[in-house]
Design a protein around this ligand. Structure first.
Ligand code: NDP
Length: 256
């Protein structure tokens, strides 16, 4: 695994917490020679702390923390255009940034919540994809790279009170499938990993900060840890080039 990640540059969105943070730490843990990590999110101070943590655990790994809001196309293109030479040849994009806002029955959903969920979970992921694909296509070693999209079980099994979030993740799924077909003749791998319940900041935000309510919904289910998903992401990126984990659902045992 480490050998296949040797020299790779991995770009992770939403790397300041939860699954994104764990994914950064998991890549660093494999300690391949000359690994480079670009960690992005809006909370730059947290990213810098994570970079310091990686620096202690895996001093050979180079880390670039960057403040980035994926929902703002101009920010995304300025970020990609301004990448330092050493980090420019991105090999793997992990489109992980995502959020949920204001769970409510459809008639009561706040229009601002609808906009922010689509802008982040769908448009943000597309912004990043559009910005990175030209790097993959024009690289000296012949048009390759991985896009790993973090979807959700919610994109397959919509639930009451979560219609907009579920719709965003269904959109991610459709976009990912179409993109894979568009790029079928290339060496670019399009991968989707769909988590079930994972214990992160997200799991409580989802219930308006009400942890007791969150616990009740998942009574009897031991949630996954962010590391469980991070391990699958790193595994997918570390397969030999002809192997694509196109569509992987990962949920805790007993989750209905
Ligand atoms: P967290 O809330 O812990 O992490 C979400 C990350 O997204 C944060 O790093 C946050 O960083 C970042 N983010 C949010 N909005 C933006 C934005 N506009 N621009 C850039 N970064 C942004 O939740 P998870 O780790 O659980 O979520 C990660 C992904 O996993 C999401 O796509 C989520 O939908 C998905 N998922 C989660 C599940 C769960 O049960 N936890 C289940 C299934 C899927 P910052 O605030 O610093 O910008």
């Amino acid at each position: 695994m480490a050998a296949r990640l040797k020299g790779k540059t991995i770009l992770i969105t939403g790397a300041s917490s939860g699954i994104g943070k764990s994914t950064a730490l998991e890549f660093a843990k494999t300690q391949p020679e000359d690994l480079k990590l670009i960690l992005t999110a809006r909370r730059i101070d947290t990213l810098k702390e994570i970079a310091t943590e990686i620096g202690k655990q895996a001093p050979g790994v180079k880390v670039l923390p960057v403040k980035l809001d994926v929902s703002v196309p101009e920010e995304v293109s300025a970020f990609v255009g301004g990448l330092p030479q050493e980090f420019r040849e991105v090999d793997v994009l992990v489109n992980n940034a995502g959020l949920v806002k204001g769970m409510a029955q459809a008639p009561d959903i706040n229009p601002a919540d609808i906009s922010v969920m689509f802008a982040t979970n769908v448009t943000g992921l597309i912004n990043m994809t559009q910005a990175i694909l030209p790097i993959f296509k024009t690289r000296a070693d012949g048009g390759r790279g991985d896009i790993i999209n973090i979807g959700s079980i919610a994109g397959r099994e919509p639930y009451q009170g979560g219609s907009i979030y579920c719709a965003t993740k269904a959109a991610v799924r459709s976009f990912t499938d179409a993109l894979r077909r568009e790029l079928i003749a290339t060496r670019i791998r399009i991968i989707e990993i769909d988590p079930g319940q994972v214990e992160t900041e997200f799991s409580v935000v989802r219930f308006g900060g009400d942890k007791a309510k969150a616990d009740k919904v998942y009574e009897g289910v031991e949630p996954l840890t962010p590391d469980d998903i991070a391990e699958v992401v790193v595994f997918a990126a570390g397969r030999r080039e002809n192997v694509v984990l196109a569509d992987t659902l990962v949920f805790p045992n007993h989750q209905a």
